[in-house]
Design a protein around this ligand. Structure first.
Ligand code: ZN
Length: 88
Protein backbone atom coordinates (compact mmCIF):
# COMPACT_ATOMS: atom_id res chain seq x y z
CA UNK A 1 0.00 0.00 0.00
CA UNK A 2 1.22 3.46 -0.82
CA UNK A 3 2.20 5.77 1.99
CA UNK A 4 1.18 8.78 -0.03
CA UNK A 5 -1.31 11.13 1.53
CA UNK A 6 -2.85 14.32 0.34
CA UNK A 7 -2.90 16.79 3.19
CA UNK A 8 -4.05 20.33 3.79
CA UNK A 9 -1.55 22.65 5.42
CA UNK A 10 -2.98 25.57 7.36
CA UNK A 11 -1.66 28.46 9.35
CA UNK A 12 -2.66 28.60 13.01
CA UNK A 13 -4.77 31.64 12.20
CA UNK A 14 -6.91 29.43 9.98
CA UNK A 15 -5.59 30.54 6.60
CA UNK A 16 -5.29 27.65 4.13
CA UNK A 17 -1.74 27.49 2.82
CA UNK A 18 -1.23 24.45 0.64
CA UNK A 19 -2.55 21.14 -0.58
CA UNK A 20 0.41 18.81 -0.49
CA UNK A 21 1.34 15.27 -1.41
CA UNK A 22 3.14 13.79 1.57
CA UNK A 23 5.21 10.69 0.94
CA UNK A 24 6.28 9.40 4.29
CA UNK A 25 4.46 8.91 7.54
CA UNK A 26 5.11 11.13 10.51
CA UNK A 27 5.10 14.76 11.32
CA UNK A 28 5.13 17.27 8.49
CA UNK A 29 8.48 19.06 8.72
CA UNK A 30 8.97 20.37 5.21
CA UNK A 31 7.31 20.47 1.85
CA UNK A 32 9.10 19.99 -1.43
CA UNK A 33 7.87 22.90 -3.52
CA UNK A 34 7.40 20.68 -6.57
CA UNK A 35 4.99 18.46 -4.63
CA UNK A 36 2.67 21.28 -3.68
CA UNK A 37 -0.55 20.49 -5.51
CA UNK A 38 -2.31 23.73 -4.73
CA UNK A 39 -0.67 26.89 -3.45
CA UNK A 40 -3.82 28.04 -1.70
CA UNK A 41 -2.58 31.39 -0.48
CA UNK A 42 -0.20 32.02 -3.39
CA UNK A 43 2.85 32.22 -1.15
CA UNK A 44 4.94 29.19 -2.14
CA UNK A 45 4.91 29.10 -5.92
CA UNK A 46 3.97 32.63 -6.88
CA UNK A 47 7.58 33.57 -7.61
CA UNK A 48 11.01 32.02 -7.78
CA UNK A 49 11.78 31.69 -4.09
CA UNK A 50 15.36 32.11 -2.96
CA UNK A 51 17.14 29.99 -0.36
CA UNK A 52 16.64 31.31 3.19
CA UNK A 53 13.77 33.46 2.07
CA UNK A 54 11.03 33.73 4.66
CA UNK A 55 7.46 32.85 3.70
CA UNK A 56 4.72 34.61 5.62
CA UNK A 57 1.06 33.92 6.00
CA UNK A 58 -0.83 36.51 3.92
CA UNK A 59 -3.49 36.84 6.59
CA UNK A 60 -1.64 37.16 9.91
CA UNK A 61 1.83 37.98 8.48
CA UNK A 62 3.51 35.42 10.73
CA UNK A 63 6.42 33.39 9.39
CA UNK A 64 5.10 30.00 8.29
CA UNK A 65 8.18 28.67 6.52
CA UNK A 66 11.61 29.37 5.16
CA UNK A 67 13.09 28.14 1.91
CA UNK A 68 15.82 25.50 2.06
CA UNK A 69 17.32 22.82 -0.17
CA UNK A 70 16.50 19.28 0.91
CA UNK A 71 17.94 16.43 -1.18
CA UNK A 72 18.69 19.01 -3.87
CA UNK A 73 15.09 20.15 -4.12
CA UNK A 74 13.79 23.52 -3.13
CA UNK A 75 11.59 23.07 -0.10
CA UNK A 76 9.63 25.00 2.46
CA UNK A 77 10.83 24.19 5.97
CA UNK A 78 7.77 24.77 8.10
CA UNK A 79 7.71 26.87 11.22
CA UNK A 80 6.21 24.30 13.58
CA UNK A 81 4.93 26.97 15.95
CA UNK A 82 2.84 28.61 13.30
CA UNK A 83 1.16 25.84 11.35
CA UNK A 84 -1.64 23.51 12.37
CA UNK A 85 -0.01 20.24 13.46
CA UNK A 86 -0.19 17.49 10.86
CA UNK A 87 0.76 13.90 11.46
CA UNK A 88 0.10 11.08 9.04
ZN1 ZN B 1 -1.80 33.09 9.44
Amino acid sequence: MSEKRIIEVKCKCGQALARYEKNKRGKLIKMYLERIIKDRAGVFLNKDRQINEIIRCPKCQQRVASVVYIHGMKSAKLNQGQIMPIRT
